[in-house]
Ligand binder design. Sequence first.
Ligand code: ATP
Ligand code: MG
Length: 650
Amino acid sequence: MSDVHVHRVQPAWKKSALIDNDTYLKWYADSVKNPDKFWGKHGKRIDWFKPFTKVKNTSFNGKVSIKWFEDGQTNVSYNCIDRHLKKRGDQTAIIWEGDNPYDDRKITYNELYAHVCRFANVLKKHGVKKGDRVTIYMPMIPETAYAMLACTRLGAIHSVVFGGFSPDALAGRIDDCKSTIVVTADEGLRGGKPIPLKDNTDKAIDIAAKAGTKVEKVVVVRRTGGKTGWVPGRDVWYHDEAATVKADCKPEKMKAEDPLFILYTSGSTGKPKGVLHTTAGYLVYVSMTHQYVFDYHDGDIYWCTADVGWVTGHSYIVYGPLANGATTLMFEGVPNYPSQSRFWDVIDKHKVNIFYTAPTALRALMGAGDGYVKKTSRKSLRVLGTVGEPINPEAWEWYFNVVGNAKVPIVDTWWQTETGGILITPLPGATDLKAGSATRPFFGVKPQLVNGDGTALEGAADGNLCIADSWPGQMRTVYGDHDRFVQTYFSTYKGKYFTGDGCRRDADGYYWITGRVDDVINVSGHRMGTAEVESALVSHDKVSEAAVVGYPHDIKGQGIYCYVTLMAGAASSEDLRKELVAHVRKEIGAIATPDKIQFAPGLPKTRSGKIMRRILRKIAEDDYGALGDTSTLADPAVVDDLVANRQNKR
Ligand code: ATP
Ligand code: MG
């Protein structure tokens, strides 16, 4: 292997692993050569009411049509619960860890069955039937998973909206899919602070009504007991309703291609899209990736720290793990409450074996110092994972060495809301790791790098990342707007799914996501991924986080503008600015010399923790009057500080 940061598969990882390298290579070759045969076999990992006889029927051309297992019938909730009851009815399905460390709960598969059936019966009682859209605006509590599974039991389509979103953002999503029922809670609780979910819902319902969608029913789960407004007739308490219904509910027979859920993308690049996933292909794909990517073994305790409001929560807290009969941990709180050790404390408390989180959380915890990690044991860990953004090698090495004690493999998983499940990733016993690379494609996935005019590039290359053929977990359409689906994903490069991400493939065939294609900058004719410059900055020991954008530059075409957040205790100064410029030159070369460095106490992020470079670009261009859609921003106040201290005043 050519690069420096290589971590070979350790003997211990190989020993128990489900897949070794030879198996990976063989299965991968089979999967792309004969997808019908490969997925025909693995399609049977879920239970079917009516077995499928057709496997793949997909076209990326013309109107674009994607169908998998189309003549089969199944049910997602049946697969996630009922089929496990005989063997593991008394096994814990969900470990719930509350915001308060003294607050936790364990739910067995038998209990999950009863809860989900009751929830389904409550929804049914209020008129929900197959095909109806149910909006779920909830905190991270087990009832959220019950509500999701209850929808799938009835064949209703859920649209989960992240509990951190504003009334406006919620209203837009209610109206977009014309959802007339909302499931919410009185309040959420994060970091000790209540979040007024029901009050937000009330406001959102008024806004949605003006836009033309009238919400008829609000089912409210009691979480904190805090006071909320109440509209008699429209609002009902979940616990009152649940007491009136049976703990048994027959799962609907669903066609493979019946809609399962709508989920809006996180809005890093613009107006969120209503991504539609369907029943069988999605479930097959997420259960298979959950098993092999995390090297999941029966009995493992598995924890994904995402919120269920994001696709990661759908696929890898709820559906993938439960389809596999796993014990999945659901965490209500935040990484720094009551202390910066919380993640590691929870790992020790519940003996977590597999831990999956995001680079944004890792960088924040790295910034807080190693002490918070080192005082915990983390001995139970066997696999670490990351998702959401490119992970810079510095943070990767910290995760590997400090969190994993250099003994645990990291799976850097690349995927999107649109892809349903993980597409590019290492497999723990099979893949030698390189810090910062998502490494190789999962079974059945055909990545392709293309240049500006759509020509496919061979060998080591740098280009736009497309996927050349369909996989079962792929989104089927943009809800209610198939033209937008075709336009967004299949029109840039004819006959290919375009991801919007830039990517490099190295001589070993490893994939390195370089960020969004929109984020590539062109300095004096040299194309450069912003991720590369960011990694160089973060490798300086005083820097905790960095975001880099281009801005118009008279001589170079584009100049390099860096926003830099310092480690706790480090102070900004002119000297440090010079030092950072020199550091980037040393790490990458003179071509990457930063033109502007702005010290920023915080960066604008989406609620899922992704840096919104679109906003940073506007500020760097001194065009901050037109910041566009900021409704998915986590902390709007950050922007004011950035504008006030901009380095490019005209
Ligand atoms: P929108 O599409 O609305 O702009 P979004 O792209 O942020 O929002 P998601 O579907 O949540 O919405 O995120 C997918 C994107 O996240 C990918 O396209 C990629 O840019 C980034 N990403 C996810 N995982 C990784 C990873 N392991 N390495 C690099 N980038 C990643
Ligand atoms: Mg996207």
